[in-house]
Write a protein that binds this ligand. Structure first.
Ligand SMILES: Cc1cc2nc3c(=O)[nH]c(=O)nc-3n(C[C@H](O)[C@H](O)[C@H](O)COP(=O)(O)OP(=O)(O)OC[C@H]3O[C@@H](n4cnc5c(N)ncnc54)[C@H](O)[C@@H]3O)c2cc1C
Ligand code: SF4
Length: 503
C-alpha cells in the first residue's frame, strides 16, 4: 500500500482468487467440508511420529480472510527474550529481535488504525506502552465471555476485552452482526477487516495491480540482484515472467521458504542454509467446558475475552519459570463443523455445542533449527514443482508452558461452572512463523533488520517468516506492523535501490 501511495509501480501476484461474499461465506459445508478455497499446493507435515498432507486455503488476503481478527501487540519483553531470560536450552536458538518494541510501536498504531481494531486500552495487565487509543470501543461481552470473565475475576485474574479487527460500528462497509461463523470463515458482509477489504483496495486505489490466481515459482537473479519473478498462471498453467526492481516476498512462513528454496537461494553465502529453519507455530491448545444449561442463548459472537495475567510467567514461583502465554475465549463452531472432527467429538459436538465454551491457550514455542521447511525430495504439485516438507517437534519447555496454561484455564472453567472439560492440542500451522529470521548477523539470520535478504539488496521478505522468536500473541498485527515498517524503509531507500538495480 505504501509503495503504491509513494508512486511506485506495484504488481501483487496472488495464487488465490477473491473470496466470494455470498451465501457460501458462512456455510460450514462450503468452507469446511467441501473446502471451497482449498488450494492446489499441499505441504507434507512430519510431526508426532506421523506424516500428513495438508492443503491450505488459497485466497486473496491470505489467512487474514479466515482469521479470528484477534489483534494483539507483542509485549516489550518479547523483543529482548535472550537478554532477559538467557539463551535457553541448547536445541533452541533464542535471540533478541534486531529492533525493539519502541521502533515497532508507531507502526502498531498505524496497523490498528488501518485494520480498524476495536479494543479497550489500559485493561490488559501486561499491555506494552501505547500512544494512541483503539479505533473503536469493543462491544459488550456476550453471555459466554461474561461467564468466563466473571469466573476469572473471582479467581483474582484481570480479564479484558480482546482487541478485534472487526467493524462493530459499520464505518467501512457493513456493521458486524456478531454471528457465530467468524473464526475460520470469510465474512459474508466484509465486516471483518481482513487484508482483502482494507489494505488491498486502498493499494489498488493508488494504482497497484492485483493479479489473482497466479503462483510465484521462482525469484530470478542476475549476480547479486533480483531482476524478476517467474510465475504460473493457474488459469492456463503457463509460466510467465515479470521484471522488477524490487521483489517483496510475502507468501506466509511455509510458502515463502518454498519459493526461496525453489529459487536456489539456499546456495547464497553465508545465510542461504538458514532458509526454512527455526519454524515456529506457538504451542496452542484448547480446553472445553460443558455447562448444565445453554450458555449463549442470544446466539452471539463471543470470541471476546482474554487473560494475560500469566503472560510473563507466574509471579508466585509457579512452574515453569519464564513466560507462559495467554488465554482467550474461542468461538464454538456451528454443529455441522463437527463432521470434520474425529470420534467422539463428531458425535458429541453437535449434541452439546449450545452448552460448550472454549478457552484457547497460546504459548511461546522455542525457535529450533531442526523445525524447518525444506523442498520435498520426491513429491510434486500438479504442475511438477516440489512441494514443501515441514518437520516440526515441540520442545519439552513449550509443552510445559502449555500445561501451565491448561491449569489456569481449567480453574476458570471450573469456577464458571463447567461440568466436563476436554483438551485438544492444536497441531496445525495456522500461526506459522519464522523460517527466514531477521537479525543483525548474516551468519545467523536470513534477513537484515529491515527484512532485506542479506546479499540481495532488492529482495525483501515481509510475512511471518521474519520473526526470530514467537512471543505468545496471535501474530497478524505484528506482521502487519512490521510490513508497514519495512514498506516505509523500501519507499525511503527505493531511489537508492533503483540506482543499484538500474532500469
Ligand atoms: C482459522 C485461522 C484463524 C486465525 N486467527 C487469528 C487471529 O485471530 N489473530 C491473528 O493474529 N492471527 C490469526 N491467525 C493467523 C494469521 O491468519 C496468520 O498468522 C497470518 O495471516 C499470516 O500472515 P502471512 O502474511 O505470514 O501469510 P498468509 O496470511 O498465509 O498470506 C500469504 C499469502 O501468499 C499467498 N501465496 C502463497 N504462496 C504463493 C505463491 N507461490 N505465489 C503467490 N501467492 C502465494 C497465499 O495464498 C496468501 O494469500 C489465524 C489463522 C487461521 C488459519
Ligand atoms: S462476527 Fe462479524 S465480522 Fe465476524 S463473520 Fe460475523 S459479521 Fe463478519
Amino acid at each position: 500500500m505504501q509503495l503504491a501511495r509513494a508512486g511506485m509501480s506495484v504488481l501483487v501476484l496472488e495464487r488465490g482468487g477473491w473470496a466470494a461474499r455470498d451465501e457460501t461465506a458462512w456455510d460450514t459445508r462450503a468452507i469446511h467440508i467441501d473446502q471451497q478455497y482449498r488450494g492446489h499446493v499441499p505441504y507434507e507435515i512430519r510431526q508426532n511420529g506421523s506424516t500428513s498432507l495438508v492443503h491450505p486455503n488459497h485466497v486473496v488476503g491470505g489467512n487474514s480472510v479466515f482469521y479470528g481478527a484477534a489483534s494483539f501487540r507483542l509485549r516489550t519483553e518479547d523483543f529482548h527474550r535472550r537478554s532477559r531470560l538467557g539463551p535457553g536450552p541448547a536445541e533452541a536458538a533464542v535471540v533478541d529481535w534486531p529492533f525493539q518494541y519502541e521502533e515497532l510501536a508507531p507502526y502498531y498504531n498505524d496497523a490498528e488504525r488501518l485494520l480498524g481494531v476495536a479494543g479497550a486500552s489500559g485493561r490488559d495487565p501486561c499491555e506494552p506502552p501505547r500512544s494512541t487509543d483503539y479505533d473503536q470501543p469493543p462491544p459488550p461481552f456476550a453471555s459466554p465471555a461474561k461467564l468466563l470473565a466473571a469466573a476469572g475475576e473471582a479467581l483474582g485474574l484481570r480479564p479484558f476485552p480482546m482487541p478485534l479487527a472487526i467493524d462493530f460500528r459499520g464505518q467501512r462497509q457493513h456493521r458486524c452482526v456478531q454471528c457465530l461463523t467468524c473464526d475460520s470463515f470469510p465474512c459474508r458482509i466484509a465486516a471483518k477487516n481482513d487484508i482483502s477489504v482494507t489494505i488491498l483496495p486502498e493499494a489498488i486505489r493508488h494504482g497497484a495491480v492485483v493479479r489473482d490466481r497466479v503462483s510465484a515459482t521462482r525469484i530470478l537473479r542476475s549476480g547479486s540482484r533480483v531482476v524478476g519473478v517467474e510465475y504460473r498462471d493457474l488459469r492456463t498453467g503457463q509460466l510467465e515472467t515479470v521484471a522488477c526492481q524490487v521483489a517483496v516476498v510475502s507468501c506466509g512462513a511455509i510458502s515463502s521458504s518454498r519459493l526461496l528454496l525453489a529459487s536456489g537461494l539456499d546456495q547464497t553465502k553465508p545465510n542461504g542454509h538458514l532458509i526454512g529453519r527455526y519454524l515456529m507455530r506457538h504451542c496452542n491448545g484448547i480446553i472445553g467446558g460443558f455447562f448444565p444449561n445453554p450458555i449463549n442463548p442470544e446466539g452471539r459472537f463471543h470470541k471476546q475475552v482474554a487473560f494475560t495475567d500469566y503472560y510473563l510467567g507466574s509471579a508466585n514461583g509457579g512452574q515453569p519459570t519464564g513466560p507462559w502465554g495467554m488465554l482467550q475465549s474461542l468461538q464454538v463452531p456451528p454443529p455441522e463443523f463437527y463432521k470434520t472432527t474425529p470420534f467422539p467429538t463428531n458425535v458429541l459436538g453437535p449434541l452439546t455445542h449450545t452448552r460448550n465454551t472454549y478457552l484457547i491457550c497460546i504459548s511461546e514455542d522455542l525457535p529450533q533449527s531442526s523445525n524447518r521447511v525444506t523442498l520435498h525430495p520426491t513429491k510434486r504439485d500438479r504442475y511438477g514443482d516440489p512441494i514443501a516438507e515441514v518437520s516440526y517437534a515441540h520442545h519439552a519447555e513449550d509443552l510445559a508452558r502449555r500445561k501451565a496454561l491448561y491449569r489456569v484455564a481449567r480453574r476458570i472453567m471450573r469456577r464458571a461452572g463447567a461440568w466436563i472439560r476436554f483438551y485438544h492440542h492444536v497441531d496445525t500451522f495456522s500461526h506459522a512463523l519464522g523460517t527466514c529470521r531477521a537479525g543483525t548477523d548474516p551468519h545467523h539470520a536470513v534477513l537484515d533488520p529491515n527484512c532485506q535478504f542479506f546479499g540481495l539488496p532488492n529482495l525483501f521478505v515481509v510475512d511471518a517468516s521474519f520473526m526470530p522468536t514467537s512471543g505468545a500473541v496471535n501474530p497478524s498485527l505484528t506482521i502487519a506492523a512490521n510490513g508497514l515498517r519495512v514498506g516505509e524503509h523500501i519507499v525511503r531507500t527505493w531511489s537508492r535501490v533503483a540506482e543499484v538495480t538500474g532500469p
